[in-house]
Design a protein around this ligand. Structure first.
Ligand code: GDP
Ligand code: MG
Length: 441
């Protein structure tokens, strides 16, 4: 029996589904694209492997090639990886004064980003911000922050010669508390490469300030090194998020994927230029498109999917309005429901479906139920599907046995079909159908 059922589903999935070969071929291209975008090798390899198992067997949309379909699947998977659980731009800065620690390599854009972020917090959230430079090695760096502060109208901690980074951090905390600031930002010194001295200093500052947010600032043009930087800083200091700078450049921003995959920490902002307002909330869709560099194909597939859905809906509506609602139509509906997360959620979205929803809840609808009903319909002949009124006792028995279910289940299905057909007809007359269908898609 399960063999026969399995056969039914095989036939369903094989038709226009992605074969392992299709997927492998397309993913070879994708891998090259990721590496060209400077995604680190191990991250690219893992990602491709994951998508491979996900994509195989998925349906191919009409008028789209398997390769194009895979690109779209990859694109969506990229967005999934890039998108964190949290809102990207939302920082934990309650309980004033909230310390924000900025870390990263020298030249990554820490000082610039500190000022940009301070301006953003001031302008968009009305926060009072104090900035402090802990870059004791380079007096010019402290000056740089002070100048930016004046430019954007944000206070900076007065510079005292000869202090250590930890001493400055303590003073910043004190000043922020006394001065009634909402946030104080600590702009740390960077080295050209990760080294022990740098890490020790940053750790000491962290222990003094106990930051609410520790943001790792990374040059978006960083290539294979992105993984090392992220691993080191997260391991030694512990970061809460990432800011990618220089995303206004030519680079495709593969560092975003590397960072996210390695640390699992959210990417919060992207820097898009040297100006003080060139900082934006991270948008996974945009960055995914850029990393993959196959925007045309993604758009093409999306368009094809939309067109197909619109066509199907148009066709179905025409039939329903005429009072035509056979078992093929019902199967389409059931499959849609399965695809969209079950009966309950669908009917919850449709106006005027409250009664049906209640009935469905009582009948104990879930995905298993939907699959069984689809199996029952698949077990009917073409003729029976088109004209369910033909179903007499002997046919019913055959159909139920074919699906491995009881005749009583089939009777329930037939009853539901009649109710739905009635409802469709009524709604079609009242002109409610179009509205209901629209709200579903
Ligand atoms: P730090 O050493 O990490 O503090 O780096 P800085 O903040 O001093 O930045 C180094 C250089 O990068 C400066 O010239 C900045 O203007 C520039 N920079 C920072 N962020 C961006 C960005 O998002 N885009 C561009 N194009 N330049 C940036
Ligand atoms: Mg700096």
């Amino acid at each position: 029996l399960s063999e026969r059922l399995g056969g039914v589903f095989d036939r369903l999935t094989k038709q226009g589904a992605l074969s392992e070969d299709d997927v492998k071929t397309a993913l070879r291209e994708v891998r090259v694209a990721l590496l060209e975008a400077d995604v680190s090798l191990p991250v690219a390899r893992d990602f491709v492997k994951k998508v491979q198992s996900q994509a195989t067997g998925q349906a191919v949309t009409k008028s789209i090639t398997p390769g194009q379909q895979v690109v779209k699947i990859v694109h969506d998977a990229l967005i999934d990886v890039l998108r964190g659980e949290e809102e990207p731009g939302a920082l934990k800065i309650d309980n004033p004064p909230a310390p924000i620690l900025m870390v990263g390599l020298q030249g990554s854009g820490k000082t610039t980003t500190t000022a940009k972020l301070a301006k953003r917090l001031k302008d968009k959230q009305g926060k009072r911000v104090l900035m402090a430079s802990l870059d004791t090695n380079r007096p010019a760096a402290m000056e740089q922050l002070a100048i930016l502060g004046t430019q954007i109208g944000v206070d900076t901690l007065p510079i005292v010669k000869g202090e250590s980074a930890v001493q400055i951090a303590k003073r910043a905390k004190q000043q922020a508390t006394l001065g009634g600031y909402d946030v104080y930002m600590l702009d740390t010194a960077g080295r050209l490469h990760i080294d022990e001295v740098l890490m020790d200093e940053v750790q000491a500052v962290r222990d003094v300030a106990t930051p609410r947010e520790t943001l790792l600032v990374v040059d978006g043009l960083t290539g294979q090194d992105a993984v090392n930087v992220a691993t080191e800083f997260d391991g030694k200091v512990g970061i809460s998020g990432v800011v990618l700078t220089r995303m206004d450049g030519d680079g495709r921003g593969g560092a975003a994927l590397s960072m996210r995959a390695v640390t699992g920490k959210p990417i919060r902002f992207v820097g898009l230029g040297e100006k003080m307002d060139a900082l934006e909330t991270f948008e996974p869709e945009r960055v995914a498109g850029r990393i993959l560099g196959m925007g045309d194909i993604v758009a093409l597939v999306e368009k094809a999917q939309e067109t197909l859905e619109a066509e199907q809906m148009e066709r179905q509506m025409k039939r329903f309005k005429k009072g035509l609602f056979n078992m093929n139509d019902l199967r389409d509906q059931l499959e849609q429901m399965l695809k969209m997360g079950g009966m309950q959620s669908i009917m919850g979205m449709m106006p005027g479906m409250g009664k049906m929803q209640k009935a469905a809840a009582q009948a104990g609808f879930d995905d298993t139920m939907l699959r069984r009903q689809i199996a029952l319909i698949n077990s009917m002949t073409k003729q029976e599907r088109a004209r369910p009124e033909l179903l007499q006792a002997s046919r019913k028995k055959r159909i139920a046995t074919g699906a491995g279910l009881e005749v009583s289940e089939l009777n329930k299905l037939l009853k539901m079909h009649r109710q739905m057909a009635d409802m469709m007809k009524k709604m079609g007359k009242k002109g409610m159908l179009k509205q209901a269908m629209k709200s579903m898609f």
